[in-house]
Design a protein around this ligand. Structure first.
Ligand code: NDP
Ligand code: GDR
Length: 349
């Protein structure tokens, strides 16, 4: 049974990856942060009480800021694959918290790479790199495109990208960068623009709110469906040779076009409900990201299949359904297990 460690398992991608790997028969370990209230809704449905039956999902407290903890965990778990999804992942927030973003999103990668290297085991390493690294470089963007980050987040990801490449070249590690363009789902964080829009559509439809405040509607993004992208990340670690790949749909869409699609799906007139708030503008914006994922298709056989209009419909439907039974949109409330262990970091029986 292969063993994987996922950092950022409580986030969108980490939760889909956990689900995907458990489905493939992996033993899955996840790094979680200690928080004052539970934030495990995205993986709640995967939880099995270890007191009652054997589980292949194990959670461990830790933080990308804590090298000693990471070194101990990596040598203890000794995984075959590491998926480093953990990061301060919000671009706008990175302008408010540039130092913290540099530490978690940038230096955190080095800590994970070093902990993996020092564990002494042959282990494949996936780094969640980002199309934000292309920043101001015009589209289409692929693996050969020069980088020009436009935010503290983009700069931190670029550092992580190069550290990953350097570990591959310096130490012969199987360490790769997935340069992923935006990918969304009903599990998307509520303050990223697609989810903010689809939640607002659901709220307006239900009569719970009247307006949603947005920033730049002209930005162009290449939005895909997250479950397909985590499968692509896994495929990168199964290839014969380590290499970096872009994953994208290749289809441009403005924020405004996403708004139109989401509101239209709920039979709402967006112009009656969308308002502008300059607080959502960024000091430096990334105007246009459109990926060219032909290398991933050629070498890995990966190709996205969910188009952006369908993505908007999936997300609106999930948010409307969630409002109907007042729960998270990805959880079936009837089958919900409850967390009972207060020491999820403990792997001993
Ligand atoms: P999320 O914001 O949904 O999840 C981020 C995860 O990282 C959460 O589990 C969070 O934990 C964890 N985390 C944050 N800081 C730390 C830390 N210091 N130590 C340990 N864990 C930490 O991100 P996504 O799932 O959307 O993205 C996954 C990764 O892929 C991120 O690195 C992101 O930057 C990158 N990426 C995402 C893209 C996208 O479109 N989604 C595109 C390209 C790259 P907690 O729940 O406790 O906050
Ligand atoms: P992004 O995603 O910055 O591309 O980073 P986000 O959804 O935050 O913004 C996309 C575009 O929408 C514009 N926008 C708004 N954005 C937010 N969040 N809120 C608003 O109200 C709003 N109004 C307009 C933004 O200016 C931007 O142009 C995401 C993250 O997942 C990163 O971690 C990841 O690396 C990149 O995608 C690829």
């Amino acid at each position: 049974m292969p063993t994987a460690l996922i950092t950022g398992i409580t986030g969108q991608d980490g939760s889909y990856m956990a689900e995907f790997l458990l489905g493939k028969g992996y033993e899955v370990h996840g790094l979680i942060r200690r928080t004052s209230s539970f934030n495990r809704a995205r993986i709640e449905h995967l939880y099995v009480d270890p007191h009652e039956s054997r589980t292949r999902l194990h959670l461990h407290y830790g933080d990308l800021g804590d090298s000693a903890r990471l070194i101990t965990l990596l040598s203890d778990i000794s995984p075959d694959e590491v998926y480093n999804f953990a990061a301060q992942s919000h671009v706008r927030v990175s302008f408010d918290e540039p130092e913290h973003t540099g530490d978690a999103t940038g230096m955190g990668v080095t800590r994970m790479l070093e902990a993996t290297r020092l564990s002494g085991k042959e282990c494949r390493f996936y780094q969640a790199s980002s199309s934000e690294m292309f920043g101001a470089t015009p589209p289409p963007q692929n693996e050969q495109t020069p980088f020009y980050p436009r935010s503290p987040y983009g700069a931190a990801k670029l550092y992580g990208y190069w550290m990953t490449r350097n570990h591959r070249e310096a130490y012969g590690m199987y360490a790769v960068n997935g340069i992923l363009f935006n990918h969304e789902s009903p599990r998307r964080g509520e303050t990223f623009v697609t989810r903010k829009i689809t939640r607002a559509v659901a709220g307006i439809k239900a009569g719970r709110q009247e307006h949603v405040y947005l920033g730049n509607l002209d930005a162009i993004r290449d939005w895909g469906y997250a479950p397909e992208y985590v499968e692509g990340a896994w495929m990168m670690l199964q290839a014969d040779e380590p290499s970096d790949y872009v994953l994208a749909t290749g289809t441009p869409c403005t924020v405004r076009e996403f708004v139109v699609a989401a509101f239209a799906h709920a039979d709402l007139d967006w112009e009656e409900h969308v308002r502008f708030d300059e607080r959502y503008l960024r000091p430096t914006e990334v105007d246009s990201l459109i990926g060219d994922a032909s290398e991933a298709e050629r070498i890995l056989g990966w190709k996205s299949s969910v188009a952006v209009d369908e993505l908007a419909r999936i997300m609106v439907d999930a948010d409307i359904a969630a409002l109907g039974h007042d729960s998270s949109p990805w959880i079936d409330t009837v089958t919900l297990p409850s967390w009972s262990d207060d020491i999820p970091g403990d792997r001993r029986p």
